[in-house]
Design a protein around this ligand. Structure first.
Ligand SMILES: Cc1ncc(COP(=O)(O)O)c(C=O)c1O
Length: 377
């Protein structure tokens, strides 16, 4: 048997990581400005994380959700405190797509309606409901195609009002910052108005913070910059620093009852041990503050560069839009300068590094970027 091909592979294999550094099997060192796609929040092999998961594995790796698991309670309490959502409840699952799938399902249970409003450029995952709300027809099979999801332009509040006033929507789903689309920010004012419209038309607002959450933008969730409170917030990626875990934060105003949602692996002992360590480290090491200051430093340092059309983002969720002719910088960063970055489309570099990167790490990236830029006439 061979493995199913998921993505196009770069011809290299990291075998060790520490903080924001990676090493391949030949011992070559890399700077990780990608975080394995926004997953590595507290840094590779953080000692507190290794200890927490290792000790839990030595005690009990898994038991079913039909018995008491006080790690789940500890995680919910801690997440409530760190995020500010102390009165919400937490449904634990295993991935971002699953979190969105369950949030959409709950919204439909709650409202008795079935339509979903989503946004152009949105990415919410690959499972049935999540992929139906993802603006990419090429990854939707005939089974996943549905007329129940409508996509409108981000930041167009008139269009949102026109749709929601039709009265048949269960939910609006929106990313805190669009990641896959290339780091596209919803306006704070738009978010406030969207919240108001959802209340007016009795539609539930789901904030997909799978990529933009967990401190990445300098606040725990990106939507908190707009000072709104969604009805549900979905999380994954940075939540387990690599251990698969996702969650739905559910407002107390939603009448979710036992039996509506279920899972075998969600909230298992190892996942909880990983997620608890992540939250403790985020708080102890003040990683949100670091994300703001190092993120601002990178954006200010690169602003106005010859090769850059636009640089946008918040904290350590940054999109660098390259001018025509400079697209090769991305690949050269990896192969010439040993710096991992993400991308979106042909010309956007996405930075999603561990939240604890230092100014020295940032300088290493900036220097590499500038050197590659100067090679291109
Ligand atoms: C905003 C957003 N939502 C959902 C997902 C899906 O998460 P997962 O791959 O864990 O299912 C992603 C993954 O990239 C994402 O960026």
């Amino acid at each position: 048997m061979k493995n199913f091909e998921v993505y196009k592979l770069w011809p290299l294999e990291p075998v060790k990581g520490l903080g924001a550094k990676l090493w391949d099997k030949d011992g070559r060192e890399y700077l990780d400005m990608y975080g394995g796609h926004a997953v590595i929040s507290i840094g590779h092999s953080h000692p507190a994380y290794v200890k927490s998961v290792g000790e839990q594995l030595g005690n009990l790796g898994f038991y079913s959700n039909s018995v008491v698991n006080s790690l789940q309670n500890k995680l919910a309490l801690l997440l409530g405190e760190v995020s500010g959502y102390t009165d919400y409840s937490l449904f634990l699952c295993n991935s971002g797509a699953e979190a969105n799938e369950n949030a959409i399902k709950l919204a439909s249970f709650q409202t008795g309606k079935s339509r979903v409003l989503a946004f152009k450029g949105a990415f919410h995952g690959r499972t049935s409901g999540a992929v139906a709300a993802t603006d990419n027809p090429s990854i939707r099979s005939p089974f996943n195609r549905t007329s129940k999801v409508t996509f409108i332009q981000l930041n167009d509040i008139q269009l949102a009002e026109k749709e929601l006033s039709k009265g048949d929507y269960a939910a609006v789903i929106i990313e805190g910052i669009q990641g896959v689309a290339g780091i596209i920010l919803p306006d704070d004012k738009f978010m406030v108005e969207l919240r108001r419209l959802c209340d007016k038309h009795k539609v539930l607002l789901i904030l997909d913070e799978v990529q933009s959450g967990y401190g990445r933008t300098g606040k725990f969730f990106a939507h908190q910059h707009a000072r709104i409170k969604p009805d549900m917030v979905t999380t994954a990626k940075g939540m387990g620093n690599g251990f698969p875990i996702g969650g739905v934060l559910i407002s107390p105003k939603i009448g979710a009852v036992a039996g509506m949602l279920g899972t075998t692996f969600g909230g298992n002992h190892l996942a909880c041990a990983a997620a608890i360590a992540v939250l403790e480290v985020i708080a102890e090491e003040k990683l949100m503050k670091n994300a703001t200051s190092v993120g601002d430093y990178i954006m200010e340092s690169l602003e106005g560069s010859r090769s850059i059309e636009q640089i946008r983002g918040r904290g350590l969720m940054i999109g660098i839009v390259l001018k025509e002719g400079f697209e090769k910088i991305k690949e050269r960063l990896l192969f010439q300068k040993s710096v991992f970055t993400g991308s979106a489309g042909k010309n956007v570099i996405r930075l999603l590094p561990p939240l604890g990167i230092t100014v020295e790490d940032a300088d290493q990236f900036i220097k590499a970027f500038r050197e590659l830029e100067s090679e291109i006439q």
